[in-house]
Design a protein around this ligand. Structure first.
Ligand SMILES: Cc1cc2nc3c(=O)[nH]c(=O)nc-3n(C[C@H](O)[C@H](O)[C@H](O)COP(=O)(O)O)c2cc1C
Length: 351
């Protein structure tokens, strides 16, 4: 039904319009009497074998909503009703910002991929906090934090700190995003020294809190092995709780979409099918090199149960989806979870 009717209709609209339309309709529908039960009946799949403890948090199933879909924490209860095991909100910045001029989100249909250069468009951390205070569901929520565009990298730490303090009471874990390609120079914060400085600072702030929350680092798929080694060393040394691998790529190799179209679209991060392989490679590398000591949240190009299994087998403890959800629709989670129950991994690590 989604692929035959809903998706063709939605794909008549520009991608960002389709996103706003779908989420507005979902919010409206959710308010109707009985809607929550209906969503639950169609899209939830529960089985005790799907539940796992990672980062010291209990997840009913391993599939979460990746950052960027619900930047402003408007859809947490709705996504819980749709069967997600957790939701990551953000990326949030201290001050609201508009992001890049539109159009800034593009479909590469032949590649089942997207290119975005949203640029952290968000309503600012305070607006998200106010919404999270009112949420009804008990779903695990991650707060993905970043810096405002106008904040220079030398002051980036202040932005992450402001978001950390603001969100501390209302999220279950934090994601430090230094890997978006759409904020100028942000990815320079992935370099050894600035990264160490930032993570150490956040770790210290966290330890001063009555109940420290897990902090994970989200990385780009474009890092080489040497840079990945540095990241593992830093995370293990500082005691960062896990890694999200990966964000979108700036690479455009191996796409089926015509070169002229890709050129016309221009800069941005590529997500979806086109990054599946690379993101799994990064997960496998991190898992092997860290000796399995760093929990990994695997994200990038998950569409099918096979894709999910591939990432779990490579060493991911949890998964996230974004682009696959757009192309496959809401029944995707149930399909994956059912397959995971049928074909459990030999070894399930609990962190
Ligand atoms: C439109 C769009 C916006 C995104 N915004 C963010 C963001 O704000 N912060 C972030 O950490 N990742 C963001 N991402 C990256 C996703 O969270 C995810 O890491 C990436 O898309 C790979 O997963 P996928 O192939 O399942 O989409 C965004 C992705 C898309 C497609």
């Amino acid at each position: 039904m989604y692929k035959a009717i809903v998706r063709p209709l939605l794909f008549l609209f520009k991608p960002e319009t389709a996103h706003h339309l779908t989420t507005a309709l979902l919010k409206l529908f959710y308010k109707l009497p009985g809607a929550k039960a209906l969503l639950h009946r169609f899209f939830h799949y529960e089985d005790p074998s799907l539940a796992r403890t990672v980062l010291g948090l209990r997840f009913p199933n391993p599939i979460g909503l990746a950052a960027g879909f619900d930047k402003n924490a408007r859809l947490v209860d709705e996504m819980a009703a749709l069967g997600f095991g957790f939701v990551e909100i953000g990326t949030l910045t201290p001050e609201p910002q508009k992001g890049n001029p539109t159009p800034r989100l593009f479909r590469l249909r032949e590649d089942k991929s997207l290119v975005n250069r949203m640029g952290f468009n968000n309503e600012g951390v305070a607006a998200a906090v106010a919404r999270l205070r009112k949420r009804k569901s008990a779903i695990v929520v991650g707060g993905n934090i970043g810096k405002n565009k106008i904040t220079p990298n030398e002051k980036a730490i202040d932005d992450y700190e402001a978001c950390f303090h603001a969100l501390y009471e209302v999220v279950d874990y934090f994601t430090v995003n230094v890997s978006s390609p759409n904020t100028p120079d942000l990815r320079a914060l992935q370099e050894k020294e600035p990264l160490k400085h930032l993570l150490l600072h956040l770790k210290n702030l966290n330890q001063q809190k009555p109940k420290p929350k897990p902090i994970v680092l989200k990385i780009a798929p474009d890092l080489n092995n040497h840079q990945l080694d540095d990241i593992i060393d830093i995370c293990l040394e500082i005691g960062i709780d896990g890694i999200i691998a990966t964000n979108t790529t700036i690479e455009r190799e191996g796409l089926k979409t015509q070169k002229e179209k890709i050129k016309e679209i221009g800069a941005g991060g590529l997500s979806g099918r086109a990054i599946r392989k690379r993101s799994t490679e990064v997960i496998r590398y991190l898992h092997q090199k860290s000796g399995g000591h760093l929990p990994i949240i695997g994200v990038g190009g998950i569409f099918t149960p096979q894709d999910a299994l591939e990432k779990l087998e490579a060493g991911a403890s949890l998964l996230q989806v974004y682009t696959g959800y757009i192309y496959e629709g809401p029944s995707m989670l149930k399909k994956i979870n059912m397959a995971l129950v049928r074909q459990p991994l030999q070894e399930q690590t609990s962190f």
